[in-house]
Design a binder for this molecule. Structure first.
Ligand code: AHR
Length: 507
């Protein structure tokens, strides 16, 4: 193992942290705290939907425990039905009498039978229970323009039309409201292996028929780049930006940096891999900045949002599980990846208008894991809970002096602290701070200008790097009250322990 930089002298030095509440930079759209649910493994089936006949307590087939947990973190938007699954999904298979619905093989994800018992009506029922915006992802890769047009008509048209009639026959007279609609997913890969030029043309054609019926206004989302495919962004912005409101970007934190050899299962990592993983997570900021630069060229007013609708840590699947189900555990490392990423999204909320963690239950960096009727909240869930005050708040200018930590030989060097700060609608200042070090705590002096503050409520998520919750020990990792701070003359002094995340609500 290479040397972990450990200059204890830093313990004696304060890190200066400046927050200027007068410089309000951009609104942090609540949709940045969005989630993603795909027909993949045990995400929809068992994780969310168990059916009305299940012994697991449910309302109209939706697990009560999971829905309540998701509501507690104010889930603002949920993406569905994929992912790669979206470009093989034919929505008419998922409506009408369940016993007559077409069954299909979920070729992408484990080759299991998809019985289509969770379809459009069930998704809208879920969003109603969650009180969140639906984000529907349409099929470009293997679907037709007509199929997409009819889906939008089915969901949103009020009046006399074949699809409105069909919807009524299936028990839903009133149209639903659909704000977010994605025209294809990963069309450079599982969504059809297209070139950007070809997809840009296809996008223009398909989106023509994604209509605004009645009062419904659709925010159209085009498939954007994989990671650092800047040419994709360039071509889409040049050839089609007048036709979309949002352009996606997908980026996963792969612990080893190599998608094909990810570097182990979620709980098996050493100190070096810890820093390597966090370095990979931090890369999302460079990607956002470079894609944004290209977008700025064609859209200096920032009308088009950058939609990071797939992000999170992707490890090897847990041994003994179907590798096609992408099931992984979730530790303090995941919590730090989430805390870092959300702070970065906040900082770039002038361009990033939505982000969706992959995925909400039982898949990849899940916030919730289930086993039969048991459910646990992961460390990542708690980060979303601690950060929820940033939703729809105003990002304020902030800067912290950092130092480099990590492993020199492995070239895994990261800053010790990542933060962001915002003002909510009650004028409270919410600060979220991540300490990336697994061995050092830091003293921080926060200088707040622009407003007078008199009190603080604070929570901390703090534990060993491998700490996680299990179905037997559900509360190993959970937020605790944090008291190691002083507020005097509008200056906050605090000590953040190693491997932790803090939320301060300053009033
Ligand atoms: O989230 C898992 C998969 O990752 C999604 O289906 C796909 O869009 C991406 O490649």
């Amino acid at each position: 193992m290479g040397k972990i930089i450990n200059e204890n002298i830093w313990r004696l030095i304060m890190l200066n942290y400046y927050i200027n509440t007068e410089n309000r930079k951009s609104k942090i759209n609540k949709e940045i705290y969005g989630h993603f649910s795909e027909h993949l493994g045990r995400c929809i089936y068992e994780g969310i939907y168990v059916g009305e006949e299940s012994k697991i307590p449910n309302v109209n087939g939706m697990r009560i425990d999971v829905v309540e947990a998701m509501k507690k973190i104010n889930i603002p938007v949920l993406r569905w039905p994929g992912g790669c699954f979206a470009d093989e999904y034919h929505w008419k298979d998922g409506i009408g009498d369940k016993s007559l619905r077409n069954k299909m093989i979920n070729t992408h994800w484990g080759g299991v039978v998809e019985d289509n018992s969770f379809g459009t009506h069930e998704f809208f029922e879920l969003c109603k229970q969650l009180e969140c915006e639906p984000y529907i992802n349409g099929n470009v890769g293997s679907g037709t323009v007509q199929e997409m047009q009819e889906w939008v008509e089915y969901m949103t048209f009020e009046g006399v039309s074949p699809m409105a009639k069909l919807r009524g026959e299936n028990g839903q007279d009133n149209p639903w409201r659909v704000k977010y609609f994605g025209v294809g997913n990963e069309n450079w890969g599982c969504g059809g292996n297209m070139t950007p030029e070809y997809y840009a043309n296809e996008y223009r054609r398909y989106q023509t028929y994604v209509r605004n019926y009645g009062e419904n206004r659709i925010y159209k989302i085009a498939c954007g780049a994989n990671i650092d495919d800047y040419n994709w962004t360039e071509v889409l912005m040049k050839n089609a930006n007048n036709f979309f409101d949002g352009l996606t970007m997908h980026y996963y934190t792969i612990p080893s940096g190599d998608f094909w050899n990810k570097g182990g299962i979620s709980l098996e990592f050493d100190e070096v891999r810890w820093y390597e993983t966090l370095k990979q997570a931090l890369r999302i900021e460079e990607l956002i900045m470079k894609h944004s630069q290209i977008m700025d060229k064609y859209d200096p007013e920032k009308r088009v949002g950058l939609i990071v609708d797939e992000w999170g840590i992707w490890c090897d699947s847990e041994p003994g599980t179907n590798p096609g189900f992408l099931y992984q555990q979730n530790s303090m490392r995941d919590a730090l990846v989430a805390g870092i990423s959300l702070n970065i999204f906040n900082k770039h909320s002038d361009r990033v208008t939505m982000a969706n963690l992959a995925q909400v239950v039982n898949v990849l960096q899940a916030i919730i894991l289930t086993e039969g009727e048991k459910m646990i909240l992961t460390p990542t869930y708690h980060v979303f809970d601690m950060y929820k005050n940033h939703q729809d708040a105003e990002l304020v200018e902030s800067f912290i002096q950092t130092k480099e930590i990590g492993d020199v030989n492995a070239n895994a060097i990261v800053p010790n602290i990542i933060e962001s700060a915002s003002i909510d609608s009650d004028e409270n200042l919410n600060i979220t701070i991540c300490n990336l070090s697994i061995e050092e705590g830091f003293d921080i002096d926060v200088n707040v200008t622009g407003r007078e503050y008199t009190s603080i409520e604070a929570t901390i998520l703090h534990n060993d790097m491998h700490a996680h919750n299990t179905f037997e020990e559900t509360d190993n990792v959970k937020p605790e009250k944090f008291t190691n701070f002083k507020l005097e003359d509008n200056k906050i002094n605090l000590t953040i322990p190693e491997c932790s995340i803090i939320h301060l609500k300053v009033k």
